[in-house]
Design a protein around this ligand. Structure first.
Ligand SMILES: Cc1cc2nc3c(=O)[nH]c(=O)nc-3n(C[C@H](O)[C@H](O)[C@H](O)COP(=O)(O)OP(=O)(O)OC[C@H]3O[C@@H](n4cnc5c(N)ncnc54)[C@H](O)[C@@H]3O)c2cc1C
Length: 424
């Protein structure tokens, strides 16, 4: 049972069920999404509604227990078609991934964030497998939910300054590497089978960085859990990498390729976080929209008081516009990806990186405000443990930090303005 003491009336709790929360999003999206997008969204939503009912999910479970079931349906990642590992998804690309996020995040936001971290291991395996069976095996494990993934960029002494890593790699004559160093705040770290890690031949020399796929059962992997109280069901790791031997078949990027590969991954990571954040906004809004229509004070639904109705209208308009922007960006990216056969021209790719920062920046700030304001509008009910608002309040407080802080996105965008100016 999610709560011991019921603070919200049965009737309201029942009305705020997942199916109704999805209906609110669907009514909003119908006019701006294609038929294919809506069909896929509904397909994932139906699965989630059914899963919640048949498995009696109350969102206190171990989120990692959901992975195999969602993986079997193909709901872990839709960034790619994944034909190399025989998945051949019909619905794939950024816009479809956005639909997947909207459905899964509203089902369970902490689960959705842990999927996001697995995706960060999926994307480099997908981009750099070069047909190697060892990497494809890991990719299949991850995409089908048979195993968890994590990404190791951040170190205790190098967070925002990720290109000056202290972790080192040593190259051997047979093409293998040995990796040593300490990593921290790795989402899924203690649960992951596959980790994608970065390290440099020489400390602080980003140009010597490599990118490595590690099986966490290998000698030299040591991990403990870092507690982040706002996301109590997500396991976040601090890893001591002690001379881990990475065979050449698992080298995703040799020394020197680390930084381009890192930035390629960060663009998708930021878009993914923006998807997650906008889904969190819809999660919070849908609760508050239903609640404010049903909760009576002074003999009227609280929605009818301007303090509530106008605040909700303001939040709704912000969420609606960012949703539309993200969808448009995703569709255009998918279009260009197809047109240029996966090799988007450099100028467009650079602008896309900046767009990813813009949306990550805006959507993470918006999610924090929307979750807080919606909980606030719901009064005591919004801050109690009776609904998933509790999870949304927690998770939205860390979104500005993950994937590069708010200030780092501003820093990237500031440099972008300089590059634009130089083109004049
Ligand atoms: C829940 C959670 C999950 C995470 N998951 C992962 C993961 O899976 N993998 C991974 O590798 N990392 C992960 N991280 C780490 C995350 O990416 C870093 O925390 C983040 O990049 C900031 O690094 P830091 O914590 O060292 O802060 P610092 O870099 O020390 O920053 C501290 C403050 O200084 C500001 N600052 C730093 N440099 C500048 C600058 N140049 N200009 C202006 N302000 C600046 C920052 O904005 C921040 O406010 C996770 C973090 C959290 C909290």
């Amino acid at each position: 049972m999610r709560f011991k003491c019921q603070a919200v009336k049965d009737e309201i709790l029942e009305k705020m069920n997942l199916e109704n929360r999805y209906k609110i999003v669907n009514i909003n999206l119908k006019a701006i999404c294609s038929e294919e997008q809506m069909n896929f969204l509904k397909q994932v939503q139906d699965f989630c509604v059914n899963y919640e009912k048949t498995k009696n999910i109350d969102h206190t479970e171990d989120i990692y227990s959901y992975f195999p079931d969602f993986g079997a349906k193909g709901y872990i990642s839709r960034f790619h078609k994944f034909d190399e590992i025989d998945q051949n998804y019909k619905e794939w690309g950024l816009a479809m991934e956005m639909m997947r996020y909207l459905a899964v995040d509203m089902f369970d936001t902490q689960f959705s964030m842990s999927i996001g971290a697995t995706t960060l291991a999926i994307n480099p395996c997908q981009s750099h497998h070069q047909g190697r069976s060892e990497v494809l095996e890991a990719l299949k494990d991850l995409v089908t939910g048979q195993a968890l993934g994590c990404i190791l960029i951040t170190e205790p002494e190098r967070g925002s300054d990720a290109t000056h890593m202290v972790s080192t790699c040593e190259q051997h004559d047979d093409g293998s590497y040995s990796i040593s160093g300490t990593k921290i705040f790795s989402t899924n770290g203690p649960k992951a089978k596959w980790a994608v890690a970065y390290a440099c031949l020489e400390q602080n020399k980003g140009e010597t960085m490599g990118q490595f796929l590690i099986n966490t059962s290998w000698d030299g992997w040591n991990v403990e859990r870092v507690q982040i109280p706002w996301v109590p069901r997500i396991w976040i790791g601090k890893e001591e990498l002690k001379n881990i031997k990475v065979p050449k078949e698992y080298v995703l990027g040799p020394a020197g390729r680390g930084i381009p590969n890192l930035f390629m991954g960060l663009t998708m990571e930021r878009i993914g976080i923006a998807f997650e954040n906008i889904a969190e906004c819809w999660g919070a809004l849908s609760h508050a929209m239903i609640y404010s229509n049903m909760r009576l004070q002074f003999g009227k639904p609280i929605l009818n008081f301007q303090g509530v109705g106008f605040t909700l209208a303001d939040l709704w308009s912000q969420v609606g516009t960012i949703t539309l922007g993200l969808l448009k960006l995703s569709e255009k990216y998918d279009e260009k990806h197809e047109k240029f056969n996966g090799k988007i021209p450099k100028d467009m790719a650079q602008m896309f990186e900046l767009n990813a920062s813009m949306f990550k920046y805006r959507a993470s700030m918006l999610a924090e405000r929307v979750a807080y304001e919606c909980a606030n509008l719901m009064g005591g009910a919004g801050v109690s443990d009776n609904t998933l608002m509790q999870d949304l309040l927690g998770i939205t407080r860390i979104q500005e930090i993950v994937g590069g802080t708010r200030q780092i996105q501003q820093y990237i965008l500031g440099r972008g303005i300089r590059s634009l100016y130089k083109l004049l």
